[in-house]
Write a new protein. Structure first.
Length: 132
């Protein structure tokens, strides 16, 4: 490593390796993501009326959705928790934005999962699993 050329070659090789690793990991997309979606609800306001239907529309698409009611600065909110395969994260993000464009969406990668309900439809769709 005495030569600047060796240092440059090492740095370029290291960077290319990291880049290729990121691309491969993104294509494989193992694991799950948890979407926390917060939407304002106000039956009197037509701008937010569609948000009440978000959970059911996502369930119709095959996702498992847990709903909690919350209170924010501007009033009542629904907080949805949706566990999905990482392969589905972009599609789910688009579907949420299409149904509720004003939704606040936070995506996290769970470190560990235990128990709970997992939608067979989502599992089948993204992992090719058949349940008997």
């Amino acid at each position: 490593m005495n030569s600047p050329l060796n240092v440059a070659a090492y740095a370029i090789g290291f960077g290319v390796g990291i880049y290729i690793g990121i691309i491969i990991e993104d294509k494989i997309a193992l694991g799950y993501v948890n979407f926390q979606v917060t939407v304002q609800i106000d039956p009197q306001n037509p701008v937010h009326a569609h948000n009440e239907e978000l959970a059911e529309k996502l369930r119709d698409l095959g996702y498992g959705v847990t709903v909690s009611r919350a209170e924010g600065r501007a009033g009542a909110r629904l907080v949805l928790s949706i566990l999905a395969p990482r392969k589905a994260d972009r599609r789910l993000m688009e579907q949420i934005k299409e149904i509720s464009p004003d939704a606040f969406i936070m995506v996290q990668e769970p470190v560990q999962l235990s128990g709970g309900f997992w939608s067979k439809e989502v599992d089948r769709r993204y992992h090719g699993v058949t349940h008997h």
